[in-house]
Design a protein around this ligand. Structure first.
Ligand SMILES: NC(=O)c1ccc[n+]([C@@H]2O[C@H](COP(=O)([O-])OP(=O)(O)OC[C@H]3O[C@@H](n4cnc5c(N)ncnc54)[C@H](OP(=O)(O)O)[C@@H]3O)[C@@H](O)[C@H]2O)c1
Length: 339
């Protein structure tokens, strides 16, 4: 009897927060692979705020997931069968083509090799040494380019990207203020990661806290959240300040457009505002590995992953990204790691 594969399929486009019935977990036999294809057993599924945006029928940097299609997601897995000359059984690989599923039948060209970093767990490849680490590293070093002594503010600072971005900026000599939800996350930023200050946006007025912590204004903003938090930072950007727009997570479940900042400050304060996508930096991954590797080995940069077990809980897990109920890069363990 053929083995079965569970897959999360998009049934209808969520309006606001994801509701029961928007996606369905279905089971079907694993199809035979054809020439040039591999069968990948998913070990880890990366859950990312952008997953929610892919469910919308709106203009994005990737096409929307089609109704009836398997939910797209970045996975790390093991090749279990191969009709490819490039990939062998047992190879550890990553792909975005397998999706939220136990197994993916994937074209050989849509697969990348995972190089285990010496001394680091495999989850590092799905976090600090993977896509989120790249986002943080290049957002800071290529987009913001901090100079020693500059004041940088980061929103969603205790998250996967924000926590690394803040530490990279500290390594480059910036003074870093993180904005995060709750005293525990804020204490982690200042006491363990070495952030200069943290603002608990759930319990403090962000604007007033910025006035106290950055009385000379803000030189650099690594923006992950948008909305009122972004506007509070925007209104305190100095002349010539740089802003890296990485994400706008507060808007991903929104049914109405969030408030916009006052664009006239772009002119009056000669602001440099740049959106960026980690996809554009894939060819420069080695630069990140070369600089981040020693920081991780020496403990100068710290990181956390939050692993939930079971593909069946993936939707519940995804919602953690919007409530903040996770501690580090959010992953789902779909099956056991290879020995
Ligand atoms: N441009 C790119 O290529 C790229 C690549 C990866 C990620 N990103 C973006 O980077 C950002 C962070 O992603 P991540 O993967 O590192 O996720 P994450 O920060 O680990 O998780 C999301 C965090 O956002 C905060 N948050 C959620 N809703 C919020 C709201 N309404 N107001 C304030 N804070 C809210 C929560 O933190 P608290 O507990 O502190 O509230 C939550 O933990 C996202 O905007 C994402 O889209 C961009």
């Amino acid at each position: 009897m053929s083995r079965m594969n569970r897959q999360w399929v998009l049934r209808q486009r969520p309006k606001g927060e994801i509701q029961d019935g928007d996606l369905e977990l279905v089971s079907s036999p694993i199809p035979d692979i054809r020439d040039g294809e591999v069968l990948i057993r998913t070990v880890y599924l990366s859950l990312d705020p952008t997953n929610r945006t892919w469910m919308n029928d709106s203009e994005g940097y990737l096409p929307p997931v089609g109704l009836g299609d398997v939910m797209r997601g970045l996975t790390l897995g093991v090749v279990e069968a191969s009709k490819s000359t490039r990939w062998a059984v047992g190879d550890i690989v990553s792909t975005a083509a397998g999706g939220w599923a136990d197994y993916g039948v994937v074209n050989e060209a849509a697969v990348s090799r995972v190089h285990r970093a010496p001394g680091l767990p495999l989850t590092a490849n799905m976090s600090v040494m993977g896509m989120t680490g790249m986002t943080a590293y290049f957002g800071v070093t290529d987009v913001l380019r901090p100079q020693p002594g500059q004041t940088m503010v980061i929103s969603a600072a205790a998250g996967a990207v924000g926590s690394i971005a803040g530490q990279v900026a500290r390594q480059k000599g910036a003074r870093v203020i993180g904005i995060a939800g709750g005293p525990k996350k804020c204490a982690w930023l200042t006491d363990e990661l070495g952030f200069d200050a943290a603002i608990d946006y759930k319990n403090e007025d962000v604007g007033a806290a910025l006035d106290r912590l950055a009385p000379d204004g803000v030189d650099l903003n690594f923006e992950n959240v948008g909305g009122d938090i972004m506007i509070a930072v925007w209104n305190r950007l100095n002349i010539g300040a740089r802003m890296a727009v990485c994400g706008l997570v507060s808007a991903y479940n929104a049914t109405q457009m969030p408030p916009s900042p006052n664009f006239s400050r772009l002119i009056t304060h000669r602001l440099h505002v740049q959106g960026f996508l980690v996809l554009d930096y894939q060819s420069r991954a080695r630069e990140m590995v070369a600089e981040m590797g020693p920081w991780l080995a020496s403990g100068q940069v710290k990181w956390k992953v939050h692993v939930d077990d079971g593909l069946e809980g993936a939707l519940t897990s995804l919602n953690r990204l919007f409530t903040g109920d996770h501690d580090g890069k959010l992953l789902v363990r779909v099956s056991e790691e290879p020995a």
